[in-house]
Design a protein around this ligand. Structure first.
Ligand code: S3P
Length: 183
């Protein structure tokens, strides 16, 4: 499969918290020379506050508004890797916008695998609960149909990052890297 390069040049990663979007973004960047844009990073930079502070001080609804603005700005870029926060897919306008400008990959992982990856981390307000495993299972069940609107579902369970990246780049159909484009 080969995507229309004029339209869909971005590599876009969606998936649950802890699904490996940051790690795979970094690996893809190393392989392709593309820049990484993270929606959470844009929000934190624009507001000068951490995601946890935004949730605590202004609530999730406000965060989702900022997230829509971040998605719109990210989608104005070309030839980049967009690492989306885990809830980006919940807004239909976000997913529509992302699919217009890039190929959207859902990095899928089981609740057990996600729990294993996030259990020692503290920066995710939605998992700051007495029973994070139950929260992961509940949110994942609610969100699965949103994630599955991606162009491709990539199973990450028990796989090496390099192997996942090769699958993604194969599905991009040989879309050139930033280095190729500037050559
Ligand atoms: C969220 C995921 C987080 C961050 C925020 C909300 C979510 O990003 O955007 O805490 O709703 O799933 P990561 O998926 O990068 O952890």
């Amino acid at each position: 499969m080969c995507y229309n390069r004029a339209m869909k040049t971005n590599i876009i990663l969606v998936g649950f918290m802890g699904a490996g979007k940051s790690l795979i973004s970094r690996e893809l960047a190393a392989l392709t020379g593309r820049e990484i844009i993270t929606t959470d990073g844009m929000i934190e930079k624009a507001g000068g506050r951490s995601i946890s502070d935004i949730f605590r001080e202004d609530g999730e609804e406000h965060f989702r508004k900022l997230e829509k603005q971040a998605v719109a700005s990210a989608c104005a870029q070309e030839q980049v890797i967009i690492d989306c926060g885990g809830g980006v897919v919940l807004a239909p306008e976000n997913i529509a916008r992302l699919k217009e400008t890039g190929v959207v990959f859902y990095l899928s992982a089981t609740p057990e695998e996600i729990y294993r990856r996030v259990k020692d981390e503290t920066h995710r307000p939605l998992l700051d609960t007495d029973d994070p495993m139950a929260r992961i299972e509940g949110l994942l069940a609610q969100r699965r149909s949103f994630y599955e609107q991606a162009d491709h579902i990539i199973d990450t369970n028990g796989r090496l990052p390099r192997d996942i990246c090769q699958e993604i780049l194969g599905l991009m159909g040989g879309t050139p890297s930033a280095q190729d484009m500037s050559a």
